[in-house]
Design a protein around this ligand. Structure first.
Ligand SMILES: Cc1ncc(C[n+]2csc(CCOP(=O)(O)OP(=O)(O)O)c2C)c(N)n1
Ligand SMILES: [Mg+2]
Length: 591
């Protein structure tokens, strides 16, 4: 019996063992293979094969399992942390993580938090993030967190165990059709049934997640995880280094002409322009255009910047809306057009987006298919300077009035403590370079409207609006930025959804400040019931004492009843080297 090597991809056909992928039984000589037989790895014809003499077969350079090869491939792509929970069907993969010194496994208490943390990790850092769980319930528990990543275009890879391949078929314990389950969530989705393709499929998944900015999923059956392989002979896919796109200079010139002709332009910056604050401000100064931002882009430019009007949309300012309505041109950079932002589409627009599906929101003006970091500087170069002596004075006055209004709302003596006061104190006390993870609900509404952002980084669940995002987001933030102060701002409902993982923050020594706006209500729903003239029903919450819960977990916590005590509590929490809960007695009333 001989071995035959594919000269295209290096695959070796062993006459002794045959080839399951092509249903070739053991002991089939190469020349007895049918004419149409092709290399199962690269599809090369039989003629591409040469006889492989025994002495040429080198022993694998390193004795490596499929899991080892996959995890080291993950590391090569820059993944240094994986969130998840181990189990029977992922033992091989987990062992490979244990052995690899360049990757950490953060074991959480609920898989949803693993996926949510991975989503937040990518949203904060831009780096591809990973989670790893078991077949069946571990995989299904990921769904909401992965959906969050899908909706916010976060690059996340989910690697999951699967039951041993030979048991495949309905009815196996913890066996579900993971390919089918993940299909609606993923941009790439596959199961490794051939060990030689494991690294290849993984690299493809990583490539798809990176380029399509979404979730990819790879299931690895238990038995395949343990098989040995020489990683050197594994095929792998590669990914382009930059995804920046530049439209033609002709279109840039046309856009510049439109800008030059406008009398009252306004710039709207969204998440897609997050890294382009300097370019946006330079353009604003040159063409005398005030800047408004979407909620997701809060913090792109500090709130006290002279050109920034504030957020446009339901948590935004009246003057941001007024400037937009009165404008004769909107320069819209990387904006998702959610109904909460409500960008008018009947205005002339110069619209920039890297996703062509988002373009052509207005029938007037021009769409530029490109990346904000390339398009904005070239627009800046081509546009002419405009004059408007009063604009900064006008903006200053409007903002002064707005800040006075926020100050009036922030009553230190109110009992229970009111959210505007909480946001005022948080604005003053959260350090400039902190990272903030926000939950969903009234706590989020007040943060969007009243919190004055400096240079902090911030993340939230944008399009899925997922309660329970705050805490896993903060865990991801502290892992990504260990030297920064991390804050989680959350409601009593949202925190309770994720609270099992407060102990994870304690376990991994991730000091953070968790600020809970305890209003004993699913506050936002109560507000919505009022607005829509429904009776209030089903929104009241019975809470544990969250500060005692923090201590029971090995962290620290304090319950705050009086406005005056809040500042000191934040100071104490910032000094602590443990995860710290500040449980604030507040209410769900808006005004
Ligand atoms: C997973 C999930 N379930 C339900 C909702 C619907 N929802 C939106 S806000 C909200 C109330 C949030 O309550 P809480 O966390 O206490 O925050 P609050 O509004 O009181 O500040 C609910 C139930 C949601 N967005 N996400
Ligand atoms: Mg609440």
């Amino acid at each position: 019996m001989f071995k035959w090597k594919c000269t295209i991809c290096g695959y070796i056909y062993d006459e002794d063992s045959g080839e399951t992928a092509t249903e070739t039984i053991p002991k089939t000589p190469f020349d007895k293979l049918p004419k149409y037989w092709k290399c199962p790895v690269c599809g090369a014809e039989k003629s591409a094969f040469i006889k492989h003499v025994e002495s040429e077969i080198k022993a694998p350079a390193i004795e490596s399992t499929v899991s080892d090869a996959m995890i080291s491939e993950l590391v090569k792509w820059g993944v240094g942390v994986v969130f998840g929970i181990p189990g029977t069907s992922s033992l091989g993969l987990v062992e490979a993580i244990r052995k690899n010194k360049d990757i950490k496994y953060i074991v959480v208490r609920h898989e949803e938090n693993a996926a949510m943390a991975a989503s937040a990790y990518n949203k904060l850092t831009g780096k591809i993030a990973a989670c790893l769980t078991i077949a069946g319930p571990g995989a299904t528990n990921l769904a909401t967190g992965l959906y969050d990543a899908k909706e916010d275009h976060a690059s996340v890879i989910s690697i999951n165990g699967q039951v041993s391949a030979q048991y495949t078929g309905p009815g196996g314990i913890q066996e579900i059709d993971q390919d089918a389950f993940f299909r609606p969530i993923t941009v790439y989705n596959n199961t490794v049934y051939d060990k030689r393709l494991a690294v290849y499929l993984l690299s493809k998944a990583l490539k798809f997640s990176t380029i399509k900015k979404g979730v990819s999923q790879i299931s690895v059956p238990n038995n395949i995880q343990k098989e040995t392989i020489d990683p050197e002979i594994c095929r792998r896919d590669r990914c382009v280094k930059s995804l920046s796109v530049m439209p033609s200079m002709e279109r840039i010139s046309k856009a510049s002409e439109i800008i030059n002709e406008s009398k009252k332009p306004v710039i709207i910056a969204g998440w897609g322009a997050y890294e382009c604050a300097d370019d946006i401000l330079s353009l604003a100064k040159k063409i005398k255009a005030p800047v408004v931002i979407t909620f997701r882009a809060k913090g792109i430019i500090p709130d006290d910047n002279e050109w920034l009007l504030g957020i446009l949309g339901s948590v935004g300012t009246l003057h941001a809306r007024k400037y937009v309505d009165d404008s004769d041109l909107l320069i819209v950079a990387g904006v998702g057009f959610s109904r909460f932002t409500n960008v008018p589409t009947d205005k002339k627009m110069v619209q920039i987006d890297l996703n062509p599906l988002k373009l052509e929101k207005s029938s007037e003006g021009i769409s530029l298919f490109g990346s904000c970091d390339l398009v904005l500087p070239s627009l800046l170069e081509k546009t002419k300077e405009k004059k408007n002596k009063n604009i900064l004075k006008d903006i200053l006055l409007l903002k002064k009035n707005w800040l006075e209004q926020l100050e009036l709302e922030a009553d230190v003596n109110a009992v229970p403590i009111r959210p505007p006061y909480i946001m005022k104190i948080l604005s003053e006390e959260i350090p400039d370079d902190a990272v903030i993870s926000l939950d969903v609900g009234e706590n989020q509404w007040w943060f969007g409207r009243n919190f004055q952002m400096k240079k902090q980084k911030f993340t939230m669940s944008g399009y899925l609006g997922t309660m329970g995002f705050g805490l896993p987001g903060a865990i991801a933030a502290k892992i990504a930025y260990p030297d920064k102060k991390v804050f989680c701002i959350t409601g009593d409902g949202g925190f309770a959804m994720a609270m099992a993982d407060f102990v994870t923050a304690v376990k991994y020594n991730l000091p953070m400040v968790v600020v809970i706006l305890s209003n004993r209500q699913l506050g936002m729903i109560q507000v919505e019931q009022t607005i829509e003239n429904y009776e209030n029903f089903g929104t009241d919450l019975l809470n544990p004492d969250f500060s005692r819960y923090a201590r029971a977990c090995g962290g620290e916590g304090v319950r705050i009843e009086k406005g005056d005590d809040l500042k000191d509590a934040i100071h104490m929490a910032l000094l602590s080297d443990k995860p710290y809960i500040i449980d604030i007695n507040t209410d769900s009333r808006r005004f």
